[in-house]
Design a protein around this ligand. Structure first.
Ligand SMILES: Cc1ncc(COP(=O)(O)O)c(C=O)c1O
Length: 358
């Protein structure tokens, strides 16, 4: 039946295809850029303890976690807004900024929520191709801004390519986006990038509105609990998000786990070191198979196959190894592989070797 009640542009959206059920036995889940390692035991204990109080609604502003993050980042607690993953915050930014007749500039390919968030508002998406090295093209992003543009997304490191922006590029972008346009820099994978290239320093010098998006889903290994945050450059921007968010979307166990995970710096460092070491091993092995490997500063690596990726991805899937294509017609030969456990990397490499070289 036709959902005639829905807005036309909602009816025109593509159907959502859910990934396979998580934690299915026998699968190597190298498709969602999750952490292959469990979260900090302190985070698990904190979430469990918080469960004893879930007869109450959670603390809407997440005061304790906001204070801890304010101390880390220098962004005042009142300008830190939490969401059920940074996914929700991207959606909120689109909701606050966009409507039919307005536009949003974004890198492509990149995280698909920028595009879907824009389309859900009936606004126009202006997609800007990446640099050849897979990082965002900051000059082209700024040049694509039109008078009706209200929001610009940048993403560093950028999925599915893995390329990261330099501080110089971030500063260029911060200066080039007009002050009345919101610049949102998504740093979901920042912990895996070389130190010193985070966006906060560059954005602090920006004249206009900005937001940095981060998440506990990746390096902190809390994807299933759903918590991310927006560091806002000014009170008014934070206020817009606070007005429209679903007030109780972030649960008390998620706040508690995030706070404990943030405090367990040794666990985070061990996780990040394990993932970046495995990333180097995977990249080297893919290159040894004769593939072109995209430089990655994230918890995944992309490679260019000699032919279309689709049959290779299907063949890997038949063996229980889940990887992704780039979901972009301009890149039919690319596969994106999340860094998994060493045994999963070994299984993937053996399967790829057999498929490509018989
Ligand atoms: C670039 C980027 N931003 C945001 C997200 C959303 O993450 P979450 O909603 O789990 O915080 C992802 C998830 O893969 C991502 O790749």
């Amino acid at each position: 039946m036709n959902a005639a009640w829905a807005r036309g542009w909602i009816r025109a959206l593509p159907s959502y295809v859910a990934p396979p059920e998580p934690n299915a036995p026998g699968l190597a889940p190298l498709h969602l850029n999750e952490s292959p390692h469990p979260p900090s035991p302190r985070a698990i204990a904190a979430a469990q303890a918080a469960c004893a109080g879930v007869n109450r609604y959670p603390d809407v502003p997440g005061r304790r976690l906001a204070a801890a993050l304010a101390e880390r980042t220098g962004v005042p607690a009142a300008r830190i807004v939490f969401g059920a993953g940074s996914d929700e915050l991207i959606h909120l930014l689109c909701q606050a900024a966009l409507e039919p007749g307005l536009s949003c500039v974004m890198p492509a390919p990149s995280f698909p929520r920028y595009l879907s968030g824009t389309r859900i508002q009936g606004a126009e998406a202006i997609a800007v191709p990446l640099w050849g090295d897979g990082a965002n093209d900051v000059g082209a992003l700024a040049a694509a801004i039109r008078h009706e543009t209200r929001l610009v997304f940048a993403c560093t490191p950028n999925p599915p390519s893995g390329g990261a922006l330099t501080v110089v590029d971030l500063a260029r972008l911060a200066a080039a986006v007009p002050p009345d346009v919101l610049l949102a820099v998504d740093e979901a994978y920042v912990e895996f990038a070389p130190p010193g290239a985070d966006a906060l320093a560059a954005l602090a010098a920006r004249a206009g509105n900005w937001v940095v998006l981060r998440t506990f889903s990746k390096a902190h290994g809390l994807a299933g609990l759903r918590i991310g945050y927006a560091l806002c450059g000014d009170d008014a921007t934070a206020e817009m998000l606070k007005r429209i968010r679903l007030q109780f979307a972030v649960t008390a166990p998620a706040f508690a786990a995030a706070e404990a995970s943030l405090a367990d710096t040794a666990h985070l460092a061990r996780n990040v070191a394990a993932v970046t070491a495995e990333r180097a091993r995977l990249a080297e092995a893919l290159a040894a198979l004769g593939l072109q490997v995209w430089p990655s500063a994230a918890n995944f690596v992309s490679a260019t196959l000699p032919g279309p990726a689709a049959p290779v991805i299907a063949a890997l899937r038949a063996q229980g190894i889940l990887v992704r294509d780039w979901r972009d017609a301009r890149f039919p030969n690319e596969i994106r592989i999340t860094i998994g456990l060493p045994a999963e990397t070994d299984a993937l490499l053996a399967a790829l070797r057999a498929l490509l070289h018989g």
